[in-house]
Design a protein around this ligand. Structure first.
Ligand SMILES: Nc1nc2c(ncn2[C@@H]2O[C@H](COP(=O)(O)OP(=O)(O)OP(=O)(O)O)[C@@H](O)[C@H]2O)c(=O)[nH]1
Ligand SMILES: [Mg+2]
Length: 582
C-alpha cells in the first residue's frame, strides 16, 4: 500500500505542476497530496510501532502562525530552547525536544522521516526544508511525561506550502496533538480543515487558547466549541486558556492543568493503528483515484473513437473498392492468373507480361524502401487505400479537437493527444503506405490460390476448357496488355476487350459460374479481413492506441487499470495490526 500511495502522491505532484495554479482543480489536488502525505507518514508510523524497540511518546504542538506554538513549547519545557519571534512563519522545521528521553532511544525516527534529514537545531537552515532537528532537553519538565515534544511550523501562512510536509509528517507521528490557537486565529478555516483531516487518527488532543485577554475567555471558548463540533464528531477536548502576558510575553500555565499531559498519555492506544490507517485510506480512496479513473475513461473513449473511425474507413474501402463495380480488379487478376495457368495458346505470353507489369514495379518500389509507389505503378486499390488512410487521420484529428472542446475535465489529456497525433501523422501515414504496398504484393498469393482453385475446377470440365483454349487472341487485347505494361491503363480496361469479354462470359455462364462467384466472394472476404488486420488494426489502430503512452508523464497519472486493480486488492493495512484487535 505504501508504494502505491507514494506513487500516487508523486503523480499528483507532477500533474499539479501542469495545472493552472489558481484553479479549483489545483486546490483539490493540493488537498489530496496532503492526504496522501498523511497516509504515507501514518503507514510509516505503523512500521515504527512494529519495530522491536518502541519509540518514546511523541507529542506535537501544531497551529497557525504566530499563535505562540514555540512560546508554549518553551513554557512546557521550562526553557527557551524553541525559537520565538514576532515574524510570521518563524519556525519552518519540525524540532523535537527529548524530555527525559535519550537521543539514542529515538534512532528509529530517522527511518520514519525517510528523506528528511535529522540535524541538530543549530544546523537548521531557512533555505532547506527537508530536515528536522532533534535535541535532548536539558532538564525534565514537571508538566510533561518522558517524551519527544515537537514544535512545528505553521500550516496557514502563504509560505507554509513549502514546509507543510514537515508539519504533516510530525502530526502523523504524534501520539498526542496540542493545538495552539490565539483569539485572532481560532476561527481560521485552515485550522478546522486540519483538525477535520486528522480526526481519523484519533489522537488524544489538547487545545491551548493563547493570547486571551481577561473577560473574553468564555465567549471565545463557546465559539471554539462550536467550531470543533462543526469540524469533528469526537468529544470537545480539554482547553487550556493562556492569558496574553503583556509584560513578559511568556504565557503562564496554570497549576490547574499541570497533570493534563499525564492524563492524555494514558489515553494513547496504538492497538488500533492498523484499523485507523485502513479507515483513513478507505475514506479518501475514491477521491484519490478519481483522476485515474477519468484517465481510463478518456482512454476508453479514445479507443472507441479510433475504432469507429476505422469502422468508417473500412466501409469506405468496401464501398469504393471491394463492392465497386468498376474499381474492383482483384478478381480480374485472378482470371489473368487462371488464363496463364490454362496456357491458352498465344495468350499466355501476353498475359504473363501483364502479370509482370502488375507486380514487379511495385516489388521494386517496396525493395527500394519507398513508401509511395510512383503514380504510374499505383493501382486503383493502393491509391484508394492511401486516400482512405489520409482521410482517417483527418477524421481522428477533427474528433480530437471536438473532445478537446467538450471534455473540460480531461482537456489537458485530449490536448496532448492532439499534439502527439500531429507529430506522429507523417510517420503513421508512411507506415500505412508501406504496409499497403506489402499487403498488395503479398495478396498476390491469395490471387494465385484462387486461380488455382478455379483451374482445378475447370480441369473437371474438358469441354469448357477446350472452348476457352480456342479463344483467339485479338490484337486489341495484345495492345491493351502492352499499354498496361507501360503503366498507361488499369486491368479493368483489359477486360473490356472482346477477347477477354468472351472468355469471362464463357466462364460465368458455364457450369463453373456459380463456383466462380463463390471463389470471388471468398477472395473478397479474405481481402477485407487482411486489409483490416494488416493495415487498419496492426498499423493504424496500434499507432493510435500507443499515443497515450507517449504522452509525457507530467500530463497524466499513467496508472494502468491493472496497476490500480492490484492496489485495490492490497490490504489497506498490514494484517498483523488486525491481530491486535482481538
Ligand atoms: N506579549 C505576549 N506575547 C506573546 C504571548 N504568546 C506569544 N507571544 C508572542 O507572539 C509572537 C509569536 O510567538 P511564537 O511562539 O513565535 O509563535 P509561533 O506560533 O511559534 O509562530 P511561528 O513559528 O511563526 O509559526 C512572539 O513574538 C511571542 O513573543 C503572550 O502570551 N504574550
Ligand atoms: Mg514557532
Amino acid at each position: 500500500m505504501l508504494e502505491f500511495v507514494t506513487l500516487l502522491r508523486q503523480r499528483y505532484q507532477a500533474v499539479l505542476l501542469q495545472t493552472n495554479d489558481n484553479s479549483a482543480l489545483a486546490a483539490t489536488f493540493r488537498q489530496r497530496i496532503e492526504q496522501l502525505i498523511f497516509t504515507e507518514a501514518f503507514i510509516r508510523k505503523g512500521q515504527l510501532l512494529e519495530a522491536r524497540s518502541k519509540p518514546p511518546l511523541q507529542i506535537a504542538i501544531i497551529g497557525p502562525t504566530q499563535t505562540g506554538k514555540s512560546s508554549v513549547t518553551n513554557v512546557l519545557l521550562e526553557s527557551d530552547i524553541a525559537g520565538v519571534s514576532p515574524l510570521a512563519g518563524y519556525t519552518v522545521h519540525p524540532q523535537g525536544f527529548c524530555v527525559e528521553v535519550s537521543l539514542a532511544a529515538c534512532q528509529n525516527l530517522q527511518n520514519y522521516f525517510g528523506r528528511y534529514q535529522q540535524l541538530i537545531p543549530e544546523q537548521l537552515s531557512k533555505h532547506r526544508y527537508d530536515c528536522y532537528a532533534l535535541a535532548e532537553s536539558s532538564q525534565p519538565s514537571p508538566l510533561l511525561p518522558p517524551c519527544v515534544f515537537w514544535d512545528t511550523p505553521d500550516f496557514d501562512s502563504i509560505d507554509s506550502d513549502d514546509y507543510k510536509e514537515g508539519v504533516i509528517r510530525t502530526i502523523a507521528l504524534a501520539d498526542i496533538v496540542v493545538l495552539v490557537v490565539s483569539k485572532e486565529k481560532y476561527a481560521d478555516q485552515s485550522v478546522w480543515e486540519m483538525m477535520s483531516t486528522i480526526e481519523a487518527f484519533k489522537q488524544p488532543t489538547l487545545i491551548c487558547l493563547n493570547k486571551l485577554s481577561v473577560g473574553n475567555e468564555e465567549t471565545i471558548l463557546q465559539s471554539l466549541k462550536e467550531k470543533w463540533a462543526a469540524a469533528r464528531k469526537d468529544a470537545f477536548p480539554t482547553v487550556v486558556p493562556l492569558l496574553y502576558e503583556k509584560e513578559t510575553g511568556i504565557p503562564q500555565w496554570s497549576a490547574q492543568y499541570s497533570d493534563v499531559f499525564f492524563k492524555l498519555a494514558r489515553l494513547v492506544d496504538h492497538r488500533k493503528h492498523g484499523q485507523l490507517q485502513q479507515a483513513f485510506v478507505n475514506q479518501h480512496w475514491q477521491h484519490w483515484i478519481e483522476p485515474i479513473l477519468a484517465e481510463h475513461q478518456a482512454e476508453q473513449d479514445w479507443h472507441a473513437l479510433v475504432d469507429s473511425c476505422i469502422e468508417q474507413a473500412m466501409s469506405e474501402y468496401q464501398r469504393d473498392y471491394l463492392n465497386h463495380p468498376r474499381h474492383y480488379d482483384t478478381f480480374q487478376k485472378t482470371i489473368i492468373e487462371l488464363l496463364v495457368l490454362l496456357e491458352v495458346p498465344g495468350f499466355a505470353k501476353v498475359l504473363s507480361k501483364i502479370r509482370r507489369a502488375l507486380t514487379w514495379p511495385m516489388r521494386q518500389v517496396a525493395q527500394m524502401g519507398k513508401t509511395k509507389p510512383p503514380e504510374m505503378y499505383a493501382t486503383q486499390e493502393l491509391s484508394l487505400l492511401n486516400q482512405i488512410g489520409e482521410h482517417l487521420l483527418i477524421q481522428i484529428a477533427e474528433q480530437l479537437l471536438e473532445k478537446n472542446a467538450t471534455d473540460r475535465e480531461q482537456q489537458l489529456w485530449w490536448q496532448s493527444l492532439y499534439r502527439l497525433l500531429r507529430e506522429q501523422r507523417r510517420q503513421i501515414l508512411q507506415d500505412f503506405n508501406q504496409a499497403a504496398i506489402e499487403y498488395h504484393l503479398n495478396f498476390q498469393q491469395d490471387v494465385q490460390n484462387s486461380a488455382q482453385k478455379l483451374y482445378h475446377k475447370l480441369q473437371q470440365q474438358p469441354l469448357l476448357l477446350n472452348t476457352i483454349r480456342a479463344t483467339r487472341v485479338t490484337t486489341d487485347a495484345v495492345l491493351m496488355a502492352l499499354v498496361i505494361h507501360t503503366g498507361g491503363i488499369g486491368v479493368s480496361d483489359l477486360f473490356l476487350t472482346p477477347a477477354m469479354l468472351s472468355i469471362t462470359s464463357l466462364l460465368t455462364e458455364s457450369a463453373v459460374g456459380s463456383y466462380m462467384n463463390k471463389v470471388e466472394a471468398e477472395l473478397k472476404q479474405q481481402q477485407l479481413l487482411t486489409v483490416k488486420k494488416q493495415l487498419f488494426t496492426q498499423i493504424m489502430q496500434q499507432a493510435f492506441f500507443k499515443l497515450p503512452e507517449l504522452m509525457i508523464q507530467q500530463n497524466r497519472f499513467a496508472i494502468s487499470p491493472a496497476q490500480l486493480q492490484t492496489a485495490q486488492q492490497q490490504p489497506r493495512a498490514e494484517k498483523r495490526y488486525g491481530l491486535h484487535l482481538f
